[in-house]
Design a binder for this molecule. Structure first.
Ligand code: FAD
Length: 434
């Protein structure tokens, strides 16, 4: 593989001293101030705006979106880290116009690595051939197939999930209670659920995993044709233009006054802190919990290694690539004409992306064609998700002082859905005062 394009590590941390001039210049007072224009902050601001409240949204970055951002490089659309929108997330209907996002859906199902080849396990509702392939695959035992269908039906019938919080257990223990075969756990469940929860194996929450599987059963995963950043951009476009202030780093909060790095201050009735957890902890002088990180690498190729539109799953024993997606198979707009975009990603606890091992793994999988693949970008997104352990609450109580409410995926579940729920609840709490 060629390395002629420099790599870049994306980091969510920014140097507060770097850029101190918010645009546009924020007012000196506002009824509500929301700090952080990720999906939680945008949802909070939109909720407040829809209720006719005056709101100022402060974002330290140069664009809205937080962890949902997209870069463009030589005609390629590169989301920051590999991520997808589950179209069945219940909260998105309240805040997104899905038709306007021009979504490109992944195939409903997965492409599972088994031995030397991939097997597409597609939703039997998608085509008759998917039913036949599902019946023929050696990946699942006949009992696995029955258990899988039963689990899917139970999840479909239960909107709020099949596990109560007190019953929550690790994904690994849950799969054992469901009596799935070791092979299906190794090849299908582990790469699927550890790739989503960014856990090194199956230590994540089964209760959360069940809700995610339910969403995958209800609707496809998708990306907007122009990249994931269309999601926050669409939300921002629904707010008054002068309410969003970029490069506005909040340094301190005192009572209901917000102090910006550039020296400005804004007096508010209430403040919603909608930053990622480490930043919220800094503002509140609290201790942040550790987060989970994702590494990823984007490659350009001339030919796609296969024509699958499903997310490829790779067992953890094979190397660092837990998920691969041939993005241009799913969204041709993600690559310039005549080019192919491939992304490989996985959870990591390291500070450096495991690029060499990943490239070796890709060559083992796709053969010598990988030698002509060009690395476009690679890196690690630190604190991509807050840790969500078995037994954790779906909604951590939002501590409300007279002046401050907290939002962010660390208050709910580590996802787009969770961020939006937290933003809505925080705004409603801020309006009602408790
Ligand atoms: C690589 C990766 C893959 C993911 N995959 C998926 C997926 O496939 N599906 C899914 O549903 N979820 C996924 N997620 C999780 C999802 O993206 C997040 O849960 C969600 O975007 C979090 O939104 P948020 O608003 O809570 O936080 P953030 O997006 O982190 O927003 C916080 C904002 O606050 C700003 N900020 C911080 N400090 C300050 C300050 N002092 N002053 C002003 N502004 C400040 C930050 O710049 C940021 O814009 C993934 C996340 C990552 C990183």
């Amino acid at each position: 593989m060629e390395h002629n394009v420099p790599s870049l590590e994306w980091s969510l941390d920014m140097d507060f001293q770097d850029e101190l001039q918010p645009t546009p210049s924020p007012p000196s007072e506002s009824e509500f101030v929301v700090i952080g224009a990720g999906l939680a902050g945008l949802t909070a601001a939109l909720t407040l705006h829809r209720r006719g409240r005056e709101v100022v949204l402060l974002e330290l970055g140069d664009a809205v979106g937080g962890r949902v951002r997209t870069d463009f490089d030589s005609g390629f659309t590169l989301d920051r880290g590999f991520q997808v929108l589950l179209t069945a997330y219940p909260e998105i209907a309240n805040y997104l116009d899905l038709a306007a996002l021009d979504l490109r859906p992944f195939a409903r199902g997965v492409n599972v690595r088994d031995g030397d080849s991939f097997t597409e396990l597609l939703d039997p509702r998608s085509s008759p051939s998917a039913i036949l392939a599902g019946l023929r695959t050696q990946l699942l035992t006949p009992t696995d197939r029955i258990r899988l269908v039963k689990l899917a039906l139970r999840l479909l019938r239960s909107e709020t999930g099949i596990l109560e919080r007190v019953d929550d257990l690790s994904v690994g223990d849950f799969l054992k209670t469901q009596k799935f075969s070791d092979k299906s756990i190794e090849k299908l469940w582990e790469p699927l659920l550890s790739g989503i929860q960014l856990t090194s194996s199956l230590e994540g929450s089964a209760r959360l995993a069940c809700l995610i599987i339910r969403c995958l059963v209800v609707g496809p995963a998708a990306v907007p044709a122009k990249g994931m950043q269309e999601i926050p951009d669409q939300m921002a476009a629904r707010l008054p233009g002068d309410s969003i202030h970029l490069r506005a780093a909040v340094e301190q909060i005192n009572g209901s006054t917000v102090f910006l790095a550039g020296g400005q201050k804004i007096a508010a009735r209430r403040i919603v802190i909608a930053t990622e957890e480490p930043s919220a902890a800094r503002l509140l002088n609290a201790t942040a919990r550790p987060g989970r990180s994702q590494w990823h690498a984007y490659f350009s190729a001339v030919e796609p290694p296969n024509d699958s539109k499903a997310i490829h799953l790779l067992p953890s024993a094979d190397g660092p690539c837990r998920n691969i997606a041939i993005m241009s198979n799913v969204a041709p707009e993600y690559a310039p004409q005549g080019s192919v975009l491939v992304v490989a990603a996985g959870p990591t606890t390291q500070r450096d992306a495991p690029l060499a091992e990943a490239q070796q793994q890709l060559t083992r999988i796709f053969g010598s064609q990988c030698e002509s693949w060009k690395l476009i970008k690679h890196g690690i997104v630190e604190h991509a998700q807050p840790v969500f352990v078995p037994g954790a609450a779906f909604r951590r109580r939002t501590p409300l002082t007279e002046e401050v409410v907290i939002a962010g995926d660390h208050r709910t579940t580590p996802s787009i859905q969770g961020a939006m729920v937290s933003g809505r609840i925080a705004a409603e709490t801020a309006i009602s005062g408790g």
